[in-house]
Design a protein around this ligand. Structure first.
Ligand SMILES: NC(=O)c1ccc[n+]([C@@H]2O[C@H](COP(=O)([O-])OP(=O)(O)OC[C@H]3O[C@@H](n4cnc5c(N)ncnc54)[C@H](O)[C@@H]3O)[C@@H](O)[C@H]2O)c1
Length: 333
């Protein structure tokens, strides 16, 4: 569903601009191969001037060859009666295999955006299986959460959404994620100066953003696809265009050497800036208070627990699963 929106945006030049030809290599599974053929036919029939190649296949070692960008979307949704630990294992295996394939055949500077859930831990699995690629190049998509947070703040403040800046989503792409209203700005002013309703910020706003994905599933009967595709485009554009002065964006990245005191060796969403060269730096001068830090620690604990669950897939010994009981994986109700 997500890919079906995203591919047409990529082919039309929305990410890399109107002077950059593009080759799309589509990786499917045996089950989805026919659907993939259908998508490829639609892409061909759209006569995009920038689209010079569409190839499809089910072997990541073939499809990932020389890839400059790898958008890892395919994963299994959690079905009825499937334990969370089992989902981490089932989907984790996909990303272990794809990490190995990227390590073997992708461009040495490939940028990887993991969308399939649980995306933070899947990104960790993927990068651990790709030791010859820079861990820094692996992202877990939290841009949809950032966009949702901006939308809620704009609605509450009665301003257009482009007036919201410096919006960070900290942590896991799950219900423990932390939309940061301490550092975000509305019209260049701290959110708390514009929206004085602290109870709304701490409770309603935070919960609305955290549970938006679940509510959408209840209404649509499936998880967000179009807005996710839009947010993937936003995430990519943030890396290939210079970040506007003073602003930043959120992306889930490897925590090694982070300046905030967040546990090392997990994939955690944090505020980043880019010069537009595909790389990024963490933003150092962010404010922290007890409320924000307390929430961040909860999301950190969840990610550390998820990491223990997939130790067998990251080459770190035997898995031991004790996920905190009151949190949910993304998209769960
Ligand atoms: N990070 C986010 O913000 C975010 C937002 C929405 C959805 N998601 C996640 O994105 C994923 C995809 O969502 P969707 O709505 O497009 O799902 P979907 O079920 O419509 O599509 C998933 C596709 O992946 C394919 N697939 C399964 N295993 C594969 C494998 N090993 N290799 C290649 N392809 C494989 C399936 O055949 C299917 O076509 C889900 O995990 C969903 O939870 C993430």
């Amino acid at each position: 569903m997500i890919s079906n929106h995203l591919l047409f945006k990529l082919a039309s030049g929305e990410v890399f601009g109107q002077d950059q030809p593009i080759a799309l290599k589509l990786l499917g599974s045996e089950r989805s191969l026919q659907a993939l053929e259908g998508v490829a036919m639609e892409l061909e029939d759209s006569l995009y001037p920038l689209l010079r190649e569409v190839s499809i296949g089910i072997d990541p070692y073939v499809i990932f060859e020389d890839a400059d960008w790898a958008l890892l979307i395919g994963a299994k949704p959690r079905g009825p009666g499937v334990e969370r630990a089992a989902l981490l294992d089932i989907n984790g295996q996909i990303f272990a295999e794809q990490g190995k394939a990227l390590n073997a055949v992708a461009s040495r500077n490939v940028k990887v955006i993991v969308v399939g859930n649980p995306c933070n831990t899947n990104a960790l699995i993927c990068l651990k299986n790709a030791p010859n690629l820079p861990a820094k190049n692996f992202h877990a998509l939290t841009r949809l959460d950032e966009n949702r947070a901006k939308c809620q703040l704009a609605l509450k403040a009665g301003v257009f959404y482009d007036k919201i800046s410096n919006m960070t989503i900290w942590g896991n792409h799950s219900t423990t994620q932390v939309p940061d209203f301490l550092n975000a700005k509305i019209n260049g002013r701290p959110v708390k100066e514009v929206i004085k309703d602290t109870k709304w910020l701490e409770e309603d706003f935070t919960i609305t953003v955290q549970k938006r994905g679940g509510v959408l599933i209840q209404k649509w009967g499936r998880s967000s696809a179009a807005s996710t595709a839009v947010s993937i485009v936003d995430a990519m554009r943030s890396l290939v265009t210079p970040t506007p002065e003073g602003d930043w964006f959120s992306t889930g990245v490897y925590t090694t050497g982070n300046p905030y005191g967040i546990a090392e060796d997990i994939v955690f969403s944090m505020p980043c800036r880019s010069k537009g060269d595909g790389d990024y730096e963490l933003v150092k001068d962010v404010a922290m208070d007890d409320f924000l830090w307390g929430r961040i620690k909860k999301s950190e604990a969840e990610l550390i627990a998820e990491k223990r669950c997939v130790a067998h897939l990251t080459g770190e010994g035997n898995a031991f699963c004790d996920l905190p009981g009151d949190t949910m994986l993304p998209g769960e109700m």
